[in-house]
Design a protein around this ligand. Structure first.
Ligand code: CA
Length: 425
């Protein structure tokens, strides 16, 4: 076991029982300080921990860190130092916050510069995302979509159980939680007209996903095995892959999604390390038929991450609309990465690979409006009495996720974004 994951460890900092940021979490992010500078940070309870100031004050002495490693717009250079160093930093944070260690606890003159309320700081995108890939690895989601758009008897296409289907997405429009974006416009072809039309999407949807961030690069020609894949995965975030279903339906044949997906995506600001998530591993899906050798793996490779989505209308209260779990994934991250690199495709630190919509088997566990309302045929009723088939202007969609076991909670915080009306043109 990783030492700082020990459920017995308690912090001298106050952490409420329902906090995502226990001493067993210690995620990494980037915040914007009062002068507008971007600085690497971690979190404990409802506070952030300024890593640059900790470093300046000598609290990382003995760890071979470059002087300005935490005074950076993004975490890429820190992550690229490698897991032996990033693990040492997480372990040191755990030691400094441990209730049995009073070195930092007693240095009260340092506290106000190191610890800041999360509600009083603005978080920034944690990594510069190089390449972004989106998979399609939830069997319940793929089955639901196949039933709706193709053949209920043959919902999964012939390749689906043999390889983790994916496509290359676009990194430029991935934003950190808290942003707003305008309803996208585009070309659609409603069923009742002969020719395509131009206008705002009428079927704006969210997709409940997670994404993993690459922590170690490869060279062209190199392939990552399922056995070694976790060495290349730094951590995970929550991910909302906003989708315009009417644009998607018209454009996606034969090359897959394009403008229906690349207008905006939202990630949660904290990267939860794969190390912190190891505690919550569960067995993977029973894969039948047996997959090819390069996709086989040993051990427990799924993770029990409880996921939920809420919609908050403009000036209104939140309505919880679905619950799901990362453990429903048919293909694991390790298999996705092995498949992504099997042809020699190289990967870089900061690349992001999303899971695909994570749906569970029950109707309240579907990870998109498309499935929850079954193409709009079964609208949801929000707490304010209004109905939703898809997402309205003014709506904020909030994804939350956390793991919990043996009294330890490790969570992701929030992944939220608000839809603004279309810009007329
Ligand atoms: Ca997706």
């Amino acid at each position: 076991m990783i030492d700082c994951n020990n459920p017995q460890i308690k912090s001298w900092k106050y952490v409420s029982a329902d906090s995502d940021f226990s001493i067993q979490n210690l995620p990494f992010g980037i915040y914007i300080d009062v002068s507008g500078k971007k600085i690497a940070c971690s979190a404990i309870g409802d506070e952030i921990i300024d890593l640059a100031i900790l470093h300046q004050l000598g609290y990382f002495n003995g760890i071979q860190l470059p002087e300005k490693i935490f005074q950076s717009e993004f975490l890429n250079n820190f992550i690229a130092l490698g897991k032996s160093l990033t693990r040492s930093v997480r372990q040191r944070l755990s030691d400094l916050l441990n209730e049995n260690n009073d070195v930092l606890k007693k240095a009260t003159e340092h506290h106000s510069s190191i610890f800041k309320k999360q509600t009083e700081v603005v978080m920034s995108l944690p990594v510069q995302i190089g390449d972004y890939t989106d998979f399609y690895s939830s069997i319940d989601h793929a089955t639901n979509v196949g039933k709706m758009f193709r053949d209920p008897q043959n919902a999964l296409l012939p390749n689906w159980k043999h390889l983790p289907v994916g496509y290359h997405g676009r990194a430029s429009s991935i934003c950190v939680s808290g942003h707003q974006f305008h309803r996208p416009k585009g070309q659609t072809k409603p069923a009742d007209v002969e020719q395509p039309v131009y206008g705002p999407t009428r079927l704006l949807d969210f997709e409940l996903e997670t994404a993993f961030i690459i922590g170690k690069k490869t060279s062209m020609g190199e392939s990552v095995s399922t056995e070694n894949a976790s060495d290349y995965i730094f951590g995970m975030v929550l991910f909302n892959d906003w989708s315009a279903r009417d644009i998607q339906t018209w454009e996606y044949v034969p090359l897959g999604p394009f403008l229906a997906k690349n207008f905006a995506s939202t990630i949660s600001p904290w990267i939860i390390t794969l190390d912190a998530l190891e505690t919550f591993r569960v067995p993977g899906y029973n894969q039948d038929p047996k997959v090819l050798r390069y996709l086989q793996y040993e051990g427990e490779k799924n993770i029990d991450i409880r996921l939920e989505v809420a919609i908050q209308p403009q000036n209104g209260i939140e309505t919880h609309i679905c619950t799901s779990n990362y453990k429903y994934m048919y293909w694991t991250m390790e298999q996705q990465l092995a498949h992504h690199t099997v042809n020699g495709c190289n990967i870089n630190v900061g690349d992001m690979m999303a899971s695909g919509t994570i749906s569970g088997p029950e109707p309240n566990e579907y990870g998109s409006m498309l499935e929850l309302t079954w193409r709009g045929t079964k609208p949801l009723t929000l707490k304010d009495g209004s109905e939703r088939k898809f997402i309205n202007d003014g709506d904020t969609v909030i994804i939350r996720g956390h793991c919990e076991r043996n009294g330890v909670r490790v969570g992701f915080g929030e992944c939220k974004a608000t839809v603004l009306p279309v810009i007329n043109s």
